[in-house]
Design a binder for this molecule. Structure first.
Ligand SMILES: Cc1cc2nc3c(=O)[nH]c(=O)nc-3n(C[C@H](O)[C@H](O)[C@H](O)COP(=O)(O)O)c2cc1C
Length: 366
């Protein structure tokens, strides 16, 4: 019997598939729908104390499609900000969702300005709703860095350490810190968050990009009143980059749990994140493009993988592929040794054949 549930930071997830922060968790109604359909958990759209400072544009999405099949989306850009819904309304809805679905996992994504009191207030008021954990959004790449929020914090390990410590000190529930991939060394900020007491690291948020230029208007996209701004890239195209970030983080922060994401659309995609150290996985763009019903296919696919390899529990394979990363110099040494061993084998094989030939000769002669 395969068991898809997993316990992470003391939280029991019915399965490791979590809807990532973004449009899939944009209000209480859709959060409840995700629970009905069987998602293991959901991270709500990021909240802040003062929604009146959040102004979204239309359009705010752009797509990179397959050359042969224009309907097939390979990569997705967004310049969407955090939630523009009132904080008090969010608190009511989070409490309602948790009361209606006590055994489903609800994680609140929160973000504030670089001020201790604001972080303490948002942590205290959000956790009072009964949510299971908090995810600190230290990683949104567009718009909010202009207010020194999101990636502006996440790209500076010293600020990550300070802000995470404020949140952890006020929190009575597990705290995950969500990381930006728009950095040189992906280990520094997660290490800082772990030092500050974060229970888990979520990665990756979106990768800075410009999705394209309109060849009629000659304007970069997405185009808002003739102008644009680089945004966040997600979807299938980012998966290999996300896998690398997650593997580096998992190796650098062995005491923290890792929630991996970036381009997951199938169970096979998700399993790769788990093999590289993620105990839960998050799906945002995949659910936007393929619908919340995707969860059924994900669970069936995970079960089939586990049965094929005789893994009874998810924990049995989390991080299983991590020990097989090494340095390039070591790869070269291993290849040289393999060649030498092979040559030795051939030599030994030839000697053995020679011995047999001699023996046969002697038999014939005798
Ligand atoms: C339209 C859109 C809005 C998003 N909004 C948020 C957000 O409010 N907070 C957050 O932490 N991440 C946000 N994200 C990032 C996703 O949670 C996720 O980290 C990223 O998209 C990579 O995963 P994916 O390829 O499964 O989408 C958003 C992503 C998209 C596409």
């Amino acid at each position: 019997m395969t068991d898809l549930s997993i316990c992470v930071n003391g939280i029991h997830f019915p399965n490791p598939f979590v809807l990532g922060s973004g449009p899939p968790g944009t209000n209480g109604r859709v959060i409840k729908r995700s629970f009905e359909l069987g998602w293991g958990g959901i991270v709500c759209k990021t909240l802040s104390l003062d929604h009146s400072k959040v102004h979204n544009t239309v359009p705010r999405y752009g797509k990179l499609t397959d050359r042969e099949n224009r309907k097939k989306v390979i990569g997705f850009q967004n310049i969407e900000l955090i939630s523009d819904r009132p904080f008090d309304l969010w608190l009511e809805e989070l409490a309602e969702c948790k009361a209606a679905y006590p055994d489903r996992i609800l994680i609140a994504s929160i973000m504030e300005e670089y001020e201790r009191d604001k972080w303490v207030e948002i942590v205290e008021r959000t956790q009072a709703t009964g949510v299971d954990a908090l995810e600190l959004n230290l990683s949104c790449p567009h718009g909010l860095p202009e207010r020194q929020m999101g990636a502006a914090m996440g790209q500076d390990a010293a600020i990550v350490e300070e802000v995470t410590a404020w949140a952890v000190a006020a929190a009575k529930i597990p705290v995950w810190a969500k990381m930006t991939p728009n950095v040189g060394d992906p280990r520094l900020s997660p290490e800082a968050a772990t030092r500050a007491g974060a229970d888990g690291i979520s990665a990756i948020n979106t990768i800075l990009c410009t999705i394209g230029v309109n060849l009629e208007t000659l304007r970069p996209m997405p185009t808002v009143e003739g102008y644009s701004v680089p945004g966040g890239y997600s979807g299938r195209a980012v998966l290999p980059i996300a896998l690398r970030h997650v593997s580096e983080i998992a190796r650098a922060c062995p005491t923290a749990s890792v929630s991996g994401m970036g381009g997951i659309e199938t169970a096979e995609d998700a399993v790769q994140f788990m093999l590289l150290g993620a105990s839960t996985v998050q799906i945002c763009t995949g659910a936007m493009l393929r619908g919340y019903e995707l969860i059924e296919e994900l669970c069936l696919g995970l079960e089939a993988f586990m049965e094929r390899h005789s893994f009874a529990k998810v924990e049995d394979f989390v991080g299983k592929s991590l020990p097989f990363f090494t340095t390039h110099a070591d790869l070269v040494q291993r290849q040289l040794k393999a060649k030498r061993d092979k040559a030795g084998e051939v030599e030994r094989d030839n000697m053995w054949r020679g011995d047999i030939a001699k023996e046969t000769d002697s038999l014939v002669t005798d």
